[in-house]
Structures are given as C-alpha cells and as structure tokens.
Ligand binder design. Structure first.
Ligand code: 5RP
Length: 226
C-alpha cells in the first residue's frame, strides 16, 4: 500500500468505529470512503449489526453491496450519520467536494444527516479553498451560457472530460461537470450561493459550514476536529 492509501485506510476505520447499531448511515463517494464502507461492512458482519446505508452514487451503491451493507433511500429514512471524503478542507471545516462528480447527491445526503463526518488524508487540508477547481454539475443544454457566466464571475471553467478525452464525463444524473478554478475563495458561503443561482446549475461542490467533524489521516497520527 502506498502511504496515502494507509492514511485513507486509517481514517476509514476510525469513522467505521463511530457507527452505532441501528443507525441509518450516509455512504459517501471516493477512494477514502471505500475504506470506510469496507470496514463498516466488516463490523456489520462480525458484530451482527442492524445498519442500513444510503449511498451517494452508483459507485458507493456497488461498494456497499460488495461490503454486505443493505441499502435504502432518503425517501424512506432520515440519516443518523453520513461519512464522506473531500477534495479540500479549510480551518473552518468548509469543503470542496465533487472530484468524483457525485457532489449533488452527496450534498443532499450529507446535509440531511444529523451528523456529517468528513474523512481525508492530510494532503486535502488547506489554509484557503480554491486550489482544487470547484465542480459544478450543469444540465448539458446550459454549457455555453453557464461557462460565460462563470467567466464573468472571475472563474476559469473547464468541461470535465472522460479518461479517454473523447467525450465529457456524464454524472449519475445524466449531466456535465464544469470544473471551475477561482483564484482565491475568501468567502465560501457567498460563492456557494452565487453559483447555485445560475440557471442551468444543478449543484456546486462547495460545502460551506456543513461538516460537524473532520478526521484527518496524518503520517504522525490521526487528528479529529469538531
Ligand atoms: C466525490 C467526492 C469525493 O469524496 C472526493 O473527491 C474525495 O475523493 P477521494 O477520497 O478519492 O480523494 O467528493 O464526488
């Protein structure tokens, strides 16, 4: 395992240990949450826990099935605790998410949870958000006009392309992603709201003021910030 994977493994396990019998759990998306999902599945099996997961993407649905976690939907249950990764975390626990193009459902699930726990390795911790471009999920018809609006707001939007570079990434909801670089994000709360009122934008990847706890995997130790 390379070093970052060890850190992700450590925080995934730490978060899985927080889950209590009988809870409804939001299952985040991404490589760090895969460790969480795997450890949670192990606990459910070994301790015979009665837990249901609510996935934030098709990816986490598949991971949950592989781990033996039964799933349900937000339509049927309230969420006790959600555990998710992040692409950037600042000192006031504001986040940029959406590196896996799943931030729309992630924001719905994470914001609906009574407690939202973020798990990251130390490379995600920043003083100020904005090195990682802000992902915006947009409906395909809005591509040109939303790009123009984002440039007017000082952003540098780029359509996210698939690995083969021969077509755009399509989200679980059938939409495009515009990764938008802003020089500095001084006020994440304000920018999050400004981006979401642009017609054609479904959701953006700034999660300001949502996280209740961040667990950071460091080479030296695990740090928890509430
Ligand atoms: C997916 C996300 C992920 O949580 C974020 O990209 C972090 O992923 P990873 O743990 O693989 O670094 O927001 O939309």
């Amino acid at each position: 395992m390379v070093n970052m994977d060890i850190l992700k493994d450590n925080v995934g396990k730490k978060a899985a240990d927080l889950i209590k019998d009988g809870q409804i759990v939001g299952l985040g998306t991404g490589s760090t949450t895969h460790y969480f999902i795997r450890y949670l599945g192990e606990r459910i099996k070994n301790e015979e826990l009665n837990i249901l997961g609510i996935p934030t993407s098709y990816q986490s649905l598949i991971k949950a099935r592989e781990a033996g976690i039964n799933t349900t939907t937000l339509d049927e249950y309230d969420i006790d605790i959600a555990v998710d990764g992040a692409d950037e975390v600042n000192p006031t626990l504001d986040l940029i998410k959406g590196g896996g193009a799943a931030h729309t459902l992630e924001k719905l699930v994470d914001s609906s949870a009574k407690k939202f726990v973020v798990i990251v390795d130390e490379s995600k911790v920043v003083e100020e958000l904005g090195k990682f471009p802000v992902p915006l999920e947009i409906i395909p018809e809005a591509l040109r006009v939303v790009k123009d609006t984002l440039v007017d707001l000082g952003g540098k939007p780029e359509l996210r392309m698939g690995i083969q570079k021969d077509g755009p990434v399509i989200t679980d909801n059938g939409n495009f992603i515009l990764d938008t670089k802003f020089d500095k994000i001084r006020n994440p709360h304000k920018l999050e709201k400004e981006l979401n009122i642009i017609p054609g934008v479904l959701e953006n990847g700034i999660f300001a003021g949502l996280a209740d706890k961040v667990i950071i995997g460091k080479m030296s130790a695990i740090e928890e910030i509430d």
